[in-house]
Design a protein around this ligand. Structure first.
Ligand SMILES: [Zn+2]
Length: 324
């Protein structure tokens, strides 16, 4: 599978993921056996549409494919889609579907070692002493232009307040904001455009189901497993990471409480700016730092009432510098 992919595509760049062709019907680099097509209706698993399948032959574009609780709509040829869930308990993990220009499907899964089983933050290296990072094989080559959905927002914030909180999260990434003494050499750029009646293309089970051309940040019900989710669509670039086309972010206001100002009385609410910063990290191509890196912004699980992830740790900054 990976052997057929050129440099700069998923196979080379997904450092945090293990490309897996575990399904017996796939023989790496051989086209002799074509996997059977899936049933014509219903949701698919990766076993129904194994790596090496053709979305053209199987009419699979737009079909929902799931793996271990994560799901994506199969993109058209030439497009890669990734889901990154930020969890409260470390149970979720990333899932990527790439469709090559010829229609061939491949998958990437967040590796087991990158899964978060949160330990005490006091036992992990301090954020400025921890250089761990992973990148997701994509980046924003231009300016990330994003919209704010016109529906309900987290923490009962006004639209202006929510916009400022989200902008602060995005700016923490584009300016590699940190308390570790690192200068900002990151060239990533972003611009807020306006509110929109479009919605993030994320369904009630945190699945990436719709790319509509606008990158939208909003809030809603994405199922109890995710505090927030980012869906990213990208396309291959010769000799470089994939180019981001669209990234949608949704905060789970159905199952979790958020606050813009955690107080001493905070017991369970998530700091909106911390979560926004983490999600913006995904937007700009960072993947999760693995277990043992609980003090980095890109750690895969969120900690209620903590504002620590508003500023980046060493690994978060080094990850951005590797891309920008
Ligand atoms: Zn995440």
């Amino acid at each position: 599978m990976a052997g057929r992919r050129g440099p700069g595509t998923l196979g080379r760049a997904l450092t945090a993921f293990a490309l897996t062709a575990s399904l017996a019907v796939v023989c790496t680099g051989e086209a002799a056996r074509t996997p059977a097509c899936p049933p014509a209706r219903g949701e698919l698993t990766v076993a129904d549409l194994p790596a090496g399948s053709s979305v053209r032959d199987c009419r699979a574009v737009g079909r929902l494919v799931t793996h271990d609780g994560a799901g994506l709509a199969v993109p058209e040829p030439g497009i890669t889609v990734s889901v990154d869930a930020l969890t409260a308990d470390g149970s979720a993990h990333g899932f990527t579907v790439a469709v090559a220009a010829d229609g061939t499907v491949s998958y990437a899964y967040e590796a087991d070692h990158a899964r978060a089983r949160p330990r005490r933050r006091a036992d992990a290296p301090a954020s400025c002493a921890d250089g761990a990072y992973s990148t997701a094989g994509r980046k924003e080559y231009g300016t990330y232009e994003w919209f704010l959905g016109d529906g309900p927002l987290p923490a009962h914030l006004s639209r202006a307040e929510a916009r400022h909180a989200f902008e602060a999260g995005v700016a923490a990434i584009t300016a590699s904001r940190n308390d570790c003494g690192y200068d900002d050499t990151v060239t990533a750029r972003a611009r807020y455009l306006s509110t929109t009646s479009h919605e993030a293309g994320i369904d009630r089970e945190a699945r990436c189901v719709r790319r509509d051309g606008l990158s939208v940040w909003d809030a809603g019900d994405i199922g109890p497993g995710a505090v927030a989710t980012t869906c990213s669509w990208s396309r291959p670039v010769p000799d470089g990471p994939d180019e981001l086309l669209e990234a949608d972010v949704r905060f789970n206001t159905h199952d979790y409480a958020f606050t813009d100002h955690p107080s001493d009385a905070c017991t369970h609410a998530y700091d909106l700016r911390s979560v926004a910063t983490h999600e913006a990290g995904h937007v700009f191509g960072l993947a999760h730092a693995g277990q043992g890196h609980e003090n980095l912004t890109m750690y895969a699980s969120s900690f209620a009432c903590s504002t620590a992830a508003r500023t980046l740790g060493k690994g978060d900054v080094l990850g951005l510098r590797s891309l920008y």
